[in-house]
Design a protein around this ligand. Structure first.
Ligand SMILES: NC(=O)c1ccc[n+]([C@@H]2O[C@H](COP(=O)([O-])OP(=O)(O)OC[C@H]3O[C@@H](n4cnc5c(N)ncnc54)[C@H](OP(=O)(O)O)[C@@H]3O)[C@@H](O)[C@H]2O)c1
Length: 270
């Protein structure tokens, strides 16, 4: 595993995404993932699986500080009391006294983002969140959040077909990290001829090449989701090869602004 460092915290650069994983399948996926070497799990209040994540990591028998857990506030949870109450419920479900990273899942469409940021900063002060951050924030909103509160991460869609040049600039200029969600474009990179050709050079699949491309970028993390045990293993098998600068450039050139997650409530993207 490789780690990114921010605000004195080591963050495992590869995490397991859990959107759409629920119940016993989620619990078992988390236990298995931790046993084979994952150290970072990405959940959210909206995924309705925090209880299964809590069971999964405790089943695996690790000490709490060996596992990095991210959760996200339900959309439009901005009032101080509702932020606090919802985090208390998350902590109970996750069987933990703190989360490693607490994110605003989407820029609020109503309510006051500053109130949410202030409430999260207070929870961080109290040790209930080691890091705080945002998700789906374009640069303008991210910069506002950086000004307001000690945020350190933005989680956004990022894969070879959707570049994030502007957000990477913000990350570099403001000592922030960028987490790539849908990092393998929901599995669609599998069919990509360029990634396939590069993979053949290294004995790796197009999915592994796409993940390696992300992890070779400074300040970037990735949270691929895999319900299948074989996929979870493949997605962890990234640390025994290196892409050349030429290969990295070829993959970056696949950017065509293809956004897979663009709901009606989404912000004006960069
Ligand atoms: N902050 C946000 O708003 C937001 C939005 C979207 C996602 N996310 C987070 O990011 C995570 C990942 O994003 P995602 O779930 O949208 O998409 P993704 O990780 O890009 O793709 C997941 C899909 O790829 C398949 N897959 C995984 N590994 C594979 C492999 N080695 N070979 C072939 N296929 C493979 C999975 O199949 P199986 O599951 O069948 O193994 C699944 O169908 C989510 O689970 C969630 O935690 C956050």
């Amino acid at each position: 595993m490789i780690y990114r460092h921010v605000q004195g915290v080591d963050v495992p650069a590869l995490g397991l995404g859990t959107w759409l994983l629920r119940g016993a399948a989620c619990r078992e996926a988390i236990r298995d993932a931790l046993e084979i070497g994952y150290r970072h799990v990405d959940t959210a209040q909206a995924y309705e699986n925090e209880g299964a994540v809590g069971q999964g990591w405790t089943d695996a028998g690790f000490a709490r500080d060996e596992v990095f857990i991210t959760t996200k506030l339900q959309m439009n949870t901005t009032a101080r009391k509702s932020v606090r109450d919802s985090v208390e419920r998350s902590l109970e479900a996750l069987r933990s006294e703190y989360v490693d990273l607490l994110l605003i899942h989407w820029p609020p469409t109503r309510g006051d983002v500053d109130e949410a940021l202030d409430a999260m900063a207070a929870l961080r002060e109290e040790g209930k969140a080691r890091l705080i951050g945002v998700s789906n924030f374009p640069s303008r909103l991210w910069l506002h959040a950086i000004d307001r509160a000690p945020v350190s991460i933005n989680q956004v869609e990022y894969h070879p077909y959707l570049g994030q040049t502007r957000l990477l600039e913000v990350a570099r200029e403001h000592d922030q990290l960028l987490t790539a969600y849908s990092p393998i474009a929901k599995g669609s990179v599998l069919r990509d001829p360029v990634l396939r050709e590069i993979g053949e050079e290294h004995g790796k699949s197009p999915v592994q090449v796409a993940l390696r491309w992300l992890l070779q970028q400074d300040r970037v993390l990735a949270v691929p989701k895999a319900a299948s045990a074989a996929h979870r293993r493949a997605n962890l098998d990234l640390f025994d090869f290196e892409l050349t600068q030429h290969e990295l450039n070829r993959i970056s050139a696949l950017d065509e602004g293809r956004r897979l997650i663009d709901p009606a409530w989404g912000p004006d993207w960069d």
